[in-house]
Design a protein. Structure first.
Length: 173
C-alpha cells in the first residue's frame, strides 16, 4: 500500500517538476520577447499582460519548488514508515506461523505424554520381572551352595569313615 502511494507521489512530483521547468522556460522566452517588445510601443498592453503572467508564473514556480521539496521530505518519511511497517509485518507473519503450529505441538505433546505413561508402566513391569529374576538368582546360588556343602559333607563323611575303618583295622580286637 505504501509502495503504491510512494510511486504515485514520485510520479506526480516528476510531472509537477517537468511542468514547472516548462513554465520556467516559457517565462524566459516571454522575457526575451518582452525585451524585444519593449522596443515596439504599439504592444504595451500585451507587455503588461505578459508581465503579470510572468509574475504569476514565477510565483507558481516558487510554490512548485516548495511543494517538490515538501514532497521529497514526505517521500523520505513514507519510505521510513514503509520500512518500519514491513519489519512489523514480517514479525507478525512469523508470530502467526508459530501460532498456527500450536495445535500440532499440543497434539504431539499429548502423544508424548501417552508414550511416557506407557513406558512408565513397562518400566514398572520390567522392575517386577527383574526383582523376580533376582530372587531366582538368589535361590540358585543358595541351591548351589547347599549342593556344594552337601558334597563337602559327603566327602568329610567318607574321609571319617575311612579313618574309622583304618583305626578299627589297627586296633586289636
Amino acid at each position: 500500500m505504501f509502495e503504491n502511494f510512494r510511486e504515485r507521489l514520485h510520479t506526480v512530483q516528476q510531472d509537477f517538476s517537468t511542468g514547472i521547468k516548462t513554465l520556467g522556460d516559457k517565462s524566459k522566452e516571454a522575457k526575451i520577447k518582452k525585451r524585444r517588445d519593449d522596443s515596439l510601443p504599439q504592444f504595451s498592453a500585451g507587455v503588461d499582460l505578459l508581465n503579470r503572467y510572468e509574475d504569476m508564473w514565477v510565483t507558481l514556480h516558487k510554490g512548485a519548488n516548495e511543494c517538490a521539496k515538501a514532497g521529497e521530505v514526505l517521500d523520505r518519511d513514507v519510505v521510513v514508515l514503509s520500512a518500519q511497517w514491513e519489519k512489523r509485518r514480517a514479525v507478525l507473519a512469523e508470530l502467526q506461523e508459530q501460532l498456527q503450529e500450536i495445535p500440532a505441538f499440543l497434539a504431539d505433546l499429548g502423544s508424548i505424554t501417552s508414550r511416557i505413561a506407557h513406558l512408565e508402566a513397562d518400566f514398572e513391569e520390567m522392575e517386577s520381572h527383574l526383582m523376580h529374576l533376582e530372587n531366582l538368582c538368589g535361590q540358585c546360588e543358595l541351591q548351589r551352595a547347599k549342593q556344594y556343602q552337601e558334597v563337602q559333607l559327603e566327602s568329610y563323611k567318607r574321609k571319617k569313615r575311612k579313618e574309622l575303618e583304618y583305626l578299627k583295622g589297627k586296633r586289636p580286637v
